[in-house]
Design a protein around this ligand. Structure first.
Ligand code: FAD
Length: 274
């Protein structure tokens, strides 16, 4: 059976970046993804750029899923965005709380992602298929794993169709999370978010910030390669492909790739997975 995949982009800031993303998309389109998603800067900082990329994806004949984060936003501004997407025929969205950009003090009219999901359902009924975020290694601000799981259940019960996880390198954390969610009656798909590894320094910094554990054996090995980018790339490909294999064998309902607007690693991993 064909594995369903989806692929995430961020909206580029420059015309060169946009051009490069078009060529990345052309390559990744060959993988026949279920949808391409496009991130959204909290507080609306990428509103126009996200929409522009989403429209291009839709015009190319692919399903596009704009991310939408609610922190720092008013109900009216979210309503406007939803109406824009509806008018453009967009039928998916990834609903998030987001993180307030530094220097922005206004939290706006939404506190948590479940309130956004409720709002989208109240405003647009069943028009959108809604994805939410899940954290197999727990969200860094969560009071406890139990609280985080309950917050996740609230988002799902508010009307989300499925979830995409934060990236992780520990398959057991994912299986444990799915089991705990299922014990709470959540049967909707929880799709693992996969981060292809392009380099170690940035990955380590980013993982610390978003609460993803890089297991010691992996960290040590990456560190031992120093500036040898070829070895880092080769090891990263092996590790992430093996992770995907394990996840799919264990019943993961698909894979969501954080492409970072690059085609090569995602393509190679999918080819290795056949
Ligand atoms: P929530 O589900 O609201 O949870 C946030 C925190 O609040 C958690 O710790 C949770 O346990 C806690 N919480 C929830 N409800 C309550 C409650 N009622 N009382 C107390 N605590 C509560 N960020 C962007 O800015 N743009 C993007 O495009 C984007 N895309 C993403 C895509 C994916 C697949 C993932 C996994 C993350 C993405 N993020 C994005 C990052 C995300 O916005 C951050 O992780 C953010 O900190 C949390 O968003 P959330 O929707 O998970 O929030």
């Amino acid at each position: 059976m064909k594995t369903e995949i989806s692929i995430e982009f961020f909206p580029p800031q420059t015309p060169e970046g946009l051009e490069k993303l078009r060529s990345t998309r052309k390559t990744l389109a060959k993988l026949n993804p279920t949808f391409f998603s496009v991130t959204y800067g909290a507080g609306g900082s990428t509103r126009e750029r996200t929409f522009a990329v989403v429209k291009e994806i839709a015009a190319e004949g692919f399903d596009a899923a704009p991310h939408l984060s609610c922190i720092g936003s008013t109900r009216e501004s979210i309503r406007e965005i939803l109406n824009e997407y509806k008018a453009a025929g967009i039928k998916r969205t990834v609903a998030l709380r987001g993180d307030l950009p530094s220097g922005m003090a206004e939290t706006g009219e939404f506190r948590y992602a479940n309130e956004l999901v409720e709002f989208i359902r109240a405003e647009t009924g069943d028009w959108f298929s809604i994805e939410v975020a899940a954290y197999p290694e727990w969200h860094p601000q969560a009071k406890s794993p139990k609280d985080d799981l309950q917050a996740f259940a609230r988002k799902m019960n508010a009307g989300a169709n499925s979830a995409i996880t934060q990236y992780f390198f520990n398959a057991d954390a994912y299986f444990h999370f799915v089991e705990e969610a299922s014990a709470l009656g959540i049967v909707a798909p929880i799709i693992p978010g996969i981060m292809p590894i392009a380099g170690f320094t940035k990955l380590a910094r980013f993982s610390d910030a978003c609460g993803t554990d890089i297991p010691r054996w992996m960290r040590k090995k990456f560190e031992s390669y120093g500036d040898d980018t070829d070895s880092i790339r080769a090891f990263g490909l092996d590790v992430v492909t093996e992770l995907c294999e394990r996840l799919l064998k264990g019943g993961a309902p698909g894979l969501h790739f954080y492409s970072m607007n690059q085609a090569a690693l995602t393509t190679e991993i999918c080819q290795r997975l056949d």
